[in-house]
Design a protein. Sequence first.
Length: 265
Amino acid sequence: MTTRMPTYFISHGGGPWPWIEDMRAAFGPLEQSFVNLPDELPSRPTAVVMISGHWETDVYSVMASPKPPMVYDYYNFPPHTYDVVYPAPGAPKLAERIAGLVSRAGLPTRLDQQQGFDHGTFVPMAMIYPEADMPLLQVSLRHGYDPTEHIALGRALAPLRDDGVLILGSGLSYHNLRLFGPEARVPSTEFDGWLNATLASAPDVRTAAIIDWETAPYARTCHAEEDHLAPLFAALGAAVNDSATRTYHQAEIFDGVTASSWRFG
């Protein structure tokens, strides 16, 4: 029997940063957290399920291609970053199982044969499993980012943990592309502190607080739209009673931003 996998909410950094020298240097601590992640697991996963802030649809879509293509969903970066390939295999049978779990939870779902790996997926995975030999698929967010519903998505996915599947929510604990530098220092630090304290709370307390996240300090400054926070809802839902551990924390990114990642379980 495989030991139950933890789940993670990871901050995935900015654009194709591992392939840009100065950005990679800026995200050194983040890269190290990704390199360390496999050693934090009880065993090698059977597959990875990624819930990325860069894929949302009208229902919970499940990537079902056996060979997912690449999605270069970033702009104005050097030409070579559009040649990056992360050729991990898909997991069609697992996709069918996931669609069944989500549907039985009363959530709308469908299989998607065309969707490819977006940079919220292939960037961290290139650091976590650089050999690209880990079966990998994505589950989309749903438009509207409803916290209760995305926590329910995580609950639906929770049984996968007992089969060695690693569930990763990939976003950013601070995501305001119009507010970087010193002006981001106070909002990102205050919101990050609230997140850390909240996730360390008792399960029922933290779930209620995360559902009501908009009341947190600087919540809408840090997340004018919560596409990069919503993956946290799913990661938490899949490990709703498990303790949280901060696995990455970095301040003064780009002279002002604070960001973090957490493991559940």
